[in-house]
Design a protein around this ligand. Structure first.
Ligand code: ATP
Ligand code: MN
Length: 465
């Protein structure tokens, strides 16, 4: 074949006008082939965009036999003229002049034959599902959101701060941890009193995968001022819900000199920026998902983008729930850790917009949150979203040494000296929050299940690939 610069389908469609009637070079996977005995049409996709490029094979030039192996899932390299298309659904198409087959995908064995496989079926073929329109769209949006997050914080002067994935601290209390060990599990070394002898383990002590980078993030913020983390997080909770993964990605900004109001302002601005970025840069993919899965998706995204979030103390939220007369599966009373049905009632039925709930009872929140003057509530702030429930959890942190140590002792936490040093030396008011990346992707894509917005989901009894 001639030496011509290969263009991705995205590039080609972008500059189609100036390229019409020139010879082009494209490569990709066949989505479908149809036609009659005079002409065959191949829908080619290369992952760069949701849009397929139509390749026209004139059977005066190619034999049926030439095209026999050009089946759904096979990969080809084509050169031909880019021409204006007469057909519906595309503005340009390629009149094939030459092609080569890279790899076949036999009809009998390639699992993704027809359109409209269920998401459950695709979850079982997660190694191939990125090749479907749906997952292509989700994964491109996921990428755009990750980029938007870095851009947002970078433009605001935040520093990307890397916190460890393997940690020896189990103080966050955010969830059960996965243990990391090289000890022989069938022959554990024991101390004299029969306990497992972790001094013989790899790190000389017990170690786990992190459930949150926040505590280390605070070390960064009290030095660099404004930091954020963006990395994997692991929780060994047995929660088989459509909103929980065992391995997920979290973004945790931490800001010196921010009080809770600054924290709320940042959270709202941040999440709106991400949604706006996706709407602007992922239009085709969002429209595809809206059409196929969620007709109200674009309206919902615009609504969140253009309305202020409600800000409400937990106590008032509980009052609204109690007085709603609604039958909830889980009871509501002051002190209860709100369930997703309660959060969604406030957001979807009562206020009909995102809600930031603040000032939670200290018993249901982590030890590091700043105590209010009432001695009962802490300066927590959870951002609650339609269809998702909690998307962000955050707080102003307790900067007072005595109060923080008091909480640590009350709860019997140990090994926190390094953390408490931030309050011993040059303590400052500071705040931060954690956004579950997949919950954001879930919201922006309109998908129903968090297992469908990460390439290779991990959840109880599922650790493939
Ligand atoms: P939930 O009550 O929904 O389990 P949480 O209170 O445990 O959430 P945090 O510990 O505050 O959540 O974590 C911060 C954010 O991380 C949450 O707001 C959520 O967006 C996300 N998140 C928490 N647990 C998971 C999980 N298992 N899978 C995916 N995202 C999660
Ligand atoms: Mn949880």
């Amino acid at each position: 074949m001639e030496k011509i610069k290969r263009l991705t389908i995205k590039e080609l469609l972008r500059s189609a006008e100036s390229m019409v009637n020139t010879r082009v070079d494209v490569k990709g996977w066949v989505r479908s082939r149809r036609g009659n005995k005079y002409v065959q049409f191949v829908a080619l996709n290369d992952g760069s965009t949701i849009k397929n490029l139509q390749i026209v094979f004139d059977l005066a030039k190619f034999s049926e036999d030439d095209l026999k192996a050009v089946t759904t899932g096979s990969s080809i390299h084509v050169q031909g003229m880019l021409v204006a298309s007469q057909g519906k659904g595309q503005t340009v198409e390629v009149q094939a002049e030459e092609f080569e087959l890279y790899g076949t995908a036999p009809v009998e064995s390639y699992p993704l034959q027809k359109k409209g496989h269920t998401l459950e079926f695709l979850r079982e073929k997660a190694h191939l599902r990125p090749r479907t329109n749906t997952f292509g769209a989700v994964l491109r949006i996921r990428h755009a959101l990750a980029y938007a997050i870095h851009k947002f914080f970078n433009d605001k002067g935040f520093y990307y701060f890397h916190t460890p994935l393997i940690t020896a601290s189990d103080c966050e209390g955010a969830g059960a941890q996965f243990q990391v060990t090289t000890l022989p599990l069938n022959e554990l070394p024991r101390t004299e009193d029969g306990k497992i002898d972790y001094s013989q383990d790899f790190f000389g002590k017990m170690a786990n995968l992190t459930v949150s980078g926040q505590l280390e993030g605070e070390l960064g913020a009290t030095a660099l001022g404004l930091i954020y983390t963006f990395g994997p997080t692991f929780r060994a909770e047995n929660s088989n819900t459509p909103r929980h993964l065992s391995e997920f990605w979290m973004i945790e900004p931490e800001m010196a000199f921010y009080e809770i109001e600054d924290n709320m302002d940042l959270a709202e601005e941040f999440i709106k920026y991400c949604i706006g970025y996706a709407l602007e840069n992922c239009r085709d993919d969002i429209e595809f998902l809206a059409e196929h899965f969620d007709k109200e998706l674009i309206d919902r995204l615009n609504f969140v983008l253009h309305n202020d979030f409600v800000r409400l103390p937990y106590s008032e939220g509980v009052k609204i729930l109690e007085e709603s007369g609604k039958k909830f599966e889980f009871p509501v009373y002051w002190g209860v850790d709100l369930a997703s049905e309660h959060e969604r009632f406030l957001v979807e039925e009562h206020f009909k917009r995102p809600v930031i709930l603040t000032d939670y009872p200290k018993e249901i929140k982590a030890f590091y949150m700043k105590m209010n003057d009432d001695g009962k509530t802490v300066r927590a702030m959870d951002v609650l979203f339609p269809k998702i429930g909690e998307i962000i959890g955050g707080s102003q942190r307790e900067e007072n040494l005595e109060k923080l140590e008091g909480r640590i002792n009350e709860l019997g936490l140990a090994g926190m000296d390094w953390y408490v040093d931030t309050r011993r030396f040059g303590t400052v008011p500071h705040s931060g929050f954690g956004l579950g990346f997949e919950r954001l992707v879930l919201f922006v894509t309109g998908m129903q299940n968090i297992r469908d917005v990460i390439p290779f989901p991990r959840y109880p009894n599922a650790c493939e690939y």
